[in-house]
Design a binder for this molecule. Structure first.
Ligand code: AMP
Length: 154
């Protein structure tokens, strides 16, 4: 259980956490890896969300997952990328979060992930919440906790 004061101060910043779906680079699960390779190379993010045609969140795709499929027995074979779809190689065991935010769960999950996919109650992708934005809130907390609370050593 995280402290009430910490939870309250972090929650004051929660509107700033979400990067909305409209500005999050993504690929569709039916896209070819060739297309996904171009998207990932262009946006320069390590991992991006994978969606279906109805904007449901399906998983994550990284450049490493794509390059792995190019490795044949005799070297690199880029022609494979046109024949394989994103859904064949994407990561599917991905935690998602659904508002209202549970700060304790978010802090826990962000230990291992640089961002979390946010979905609505129907699994529709609404955006991402990044470790970077939460770290900004933690920074604010570290500076402002004693402006709003009296902290005493037990
Ligand atoms: P950042 O907080 O900018 O360091 O982003 C952390 C991770 O979140 C990136 O490596 C990406 O995997 C993902 N990410 C952040 N912003 C975007 C975006 N606009 N589109 C897609 N993925 C993003």
């Amino acid at each position: 259980m995280i402290s009430k004061a910490v939870s309250q101060l972090l929650n004051q910043r929660k509107e700033k956490f979400l990067i909305p779906a409209e500005i999050v680079a993504n690929v569709q699960e039916n896209n070819s890896l060739e297309h996904a390779f171009l998207v990932l190379s262009k946006v320069k993010y390590a991992k991006i969300p994978v969606l279906d045609q109805d904007q449901h969140f399906k998983g994550l795709l990284s450049l490493a997952m794509i390059t792995e499929t190019m490795l044949g027995l005799t070297g690199i074979d880029p022609t494979r990328l046109g024949r394989i779809q994103v859904k064949d190689v994407m990561q599917t065991d991905v935690p998602t979060i659904c508002p209202p935010y549970d700060m304790e769960e978010i802090l826990h999950l962000l230990v291992d992930q640089t961002f979390l996919a946010v979905v609505d109650e129907n699994g529709v992708f609404t955006g991402i919440l990044t470790r970077r934005e939460v770290m900004k809130a933690v920074n604010y907390l570290a500076h402002d906790l004693e402006k709003e609370y009296t902290v005493e050593k037990k």
